[in-house]
Design a protein around this ligand. Structure first.
Ligand SMILES: NC(=O)c1ccc[n+]([C@@H]2O[C@H](COP(=O)([O-])OP(=O)(O)OC[C@H]3O[C@@H](n4cnc5c(N)ncnc54)[C@H](OP(=O)(O)O)[C@@H]3O)[C@@H](O)[C@H]2O)c1
Length: 235
């Protein structure tokens, strides 16, 4: 039986994406996820695609298969991302390229392909991931912050481009949350960052789920082009 909503989430193997997948399964939605490696959880209403979000052919193929199977995609959460906490002088081109491939081109490809499916039902919700590092112009994270600035601008422009089709596009900008993404960042750097927030604590998964789920609600159909930074950080 078709469940209430079909949600496509990128980067579901671990971290925030995994939490979001389990959250939406718990809400009774059909969840389709992807990441480069397999996931360690099983659910009758979850299906997984192993792919790299910047591989155009794989993205097109995945979205086509999902659209064929379910007839629609209600929500896209562009969560897959990577970071490299490095000073620009110490960032090799290969790292710069990987960060932009994943964070920017991955988000763009999924948005383009899923929006084509959403257009047909004249409604859809897209939620992108930026970071407080962008809002804070955080030194030591220049390439990562710039990639997420691109995501922020892409969110605002696609919100206008897709509004005529009933599709909203918004973004969440988390503070540090303890996942593998930031495990290599020295504790004093994390504390310095938290010190720049209005509310001085680490983020937790529930903080992010709350904002994402607000954007996803049917009743949020007049909310688009917005980025909500957590912890009291302003852009
Ligand atoms: N944690 C934080 O402090 C924090 C703060 C602000 C913003 N964010 C943002 O939140 C999002 C999730 O971060 P996280 O902390 O959950 O990171 P994470 O724990 O490192 O997880 C990243 C997820 O994305 C997948 N992934 C990475 N590169 C991929 C690629 N090229 N193709 C497909 N899947 C890929 C990973 O699976 P595979 O390795 O199997 O591909 C994994 O499931 C990111 O966009 C990040 O920038 C995080």
């Amino acid at each position: 039986m078709q469940r209430e909503k079909v949600v496509l989430i990128t980067g579901t193997r671990k971290g925030i994406g995994r939490e979001l997948a389990l959250f939406y399964l718990g809400k009774g939605y059909t969840v389709v996820g992807c990441s480069r490696k397999e996931v360690d959880f099983f659910d009758d209403h979850y299906s997984h695609f192993c792919l790299d979000v910047c591989d155009e052919k794989s993205v097109i193929s995945m979205v086509r298969q999902v659209a064929k199977k379910y007839g629609r995609i209600d929500v896209l959460i562009n969560n897959a991302g990577m970071a490299s906490m490095n000073h620009v002088l110490l960032t090799p081109y290969s790292t710069i390229k990987k960060i932009f491939d994943t964070n920017v081109y991955g988000t763009m490809l999924f948005t383009r392909e899923v929006a084509k499916v959403m257009m047909k039902s004249k409604k859809g919700r897209i939620v992108n991931f930026t970071t407080v590092a962008t809002a804070l112009r955080l030194e030591g994270e220049s390439v990562y912050a710039a990639s997420k600035a691109a995501v922020l601008n892409f969110t605002e422009v696609t919100a206008r481009e897709l509004a005529p089709y009933g599709i909203t596009v918004n973004a969440v900008g988390p503070t540090p949350v303890m996942t593998d993404l930031i495990k290599a960042v020295p504790k004093n750097k994390i504390n310095d960052l938290i010190d720049r927030q209005a509310i001085k604590r680490l983020g937790v998964f529930d903080d992010i789920k709350n904002v994402v789920d607000f954007f996803v609600q049917d009743s949020s159909d007049f909310v688009t082009a917005q980025t909500i930074f957590l912890g009291g950080v302003n852009n």
